[in-house]
Design a protein around this ligand. Structure first.
Ligand SMILES: [Zn+2]
Length: 237
């Protein structure tokens, strides 16, 4: 039993280690947040520009197709106008012509505005993309020391994950599942050390009889108060 508890305690410790190290690795240090933020903004702007270009190209294609349709209609009315039989029919077609001409003017404006936007945005994007390799290089140079720290953390994480996998293979599936369930319920702390005959998680005294069982290591003892598995470390009581 004490073997199992040692393993569970070690597993929990390794899992907590991974969690805190991952957080550390993914948190840019305070002195670099501004530098990193500025660079991320540059990447973000390029991404947004690309996205907007795709949309504007689509809008431009649609507007151009619309314009072609209106021009087609205009031609149709022009033909009709040459073949009208009465003055009533004439003014009706003229009215339609008027409407379609207005639509043509509006759509032409739209097409032109989009063309201007596309031209400006393409130039802007090219300028930004051309500058990016050098900016990336400069940014990585500023982040160099931090990248080394991150690599170091990744190596530690790899070792810890291997140990976790080994421990998980050692522990029986049923006991592992029970531990994982408890871990989830108790915010990552399923096994609590007993220090000065108290549960170190909730600080409630452990009953003398439970203390005796713990020391004997014959069964799993749960804290009366927080229901965590109690762990009595024989090496560091
Ligand atoms: Zn407790």
């Amino acid at each position: 039993m004490s073997g199992l508890l040692d393993e569970l305690y070690r597993l929990q410790e390794r899992l907590r280690f991974v969690q805190s190290r991952e957080k550390q690795r993914d948190t840019v240090p305070a002195e670099l947040t501004e530098v990193d933020g500025a660079f991320r903004e540059k990447l973000d702007t390029v991404g947004k520009l690309k996205q907007r270009l795709i949309e504007a190209e689509l809008e431009h294609r649609r507007a151009s197709a619309e314009l072609a349709d209106f021009q087609e209609k205009q031609k149709k009315y022009q033909t009709q106008l040459r073949n009208v039989q009465s003055s009533r029919e004439y003014s009706a077609v003229l009215n339609e012509m008027d409407g379609v001409e207005k639509q043509i003017r509006t759509t032409e404006d739209k097409v032109l505005t989009l063309e201007e936007e596309l031209e400006t945005s393409r130039a802007d994007l090219k300028k930004r993309e051309d500058a990016l390799p050098k900016e990336t290089e400069e940014h990585e140079e500023k982040m160099k020391d931090w990248r080394a720290v991150q690599r170091g953390i990744n190596e530690e994480l790899e070792t810890a994950r291997r140990e976790i996998a080994d421990l998980e293979k050692t522990i029986r599936p049923r006991e592992l599942a029970e531990f994982q369930r408890l871990l989830e319920k108790k915010g990552g702390l399923a096994v609590a050390r007993v220090i000065n005959a108290s549960c170190s998680a909730c600080h409630v005294k452990v009953r003398p009889a439970a203390m005796q069982s713990l020391k004997a290591g014959t069964e799993i003892i749960y804290c009366d108060s927080c229901r965590r598995i109690l762990y009595y470390d024989h090496q560091n009581p």
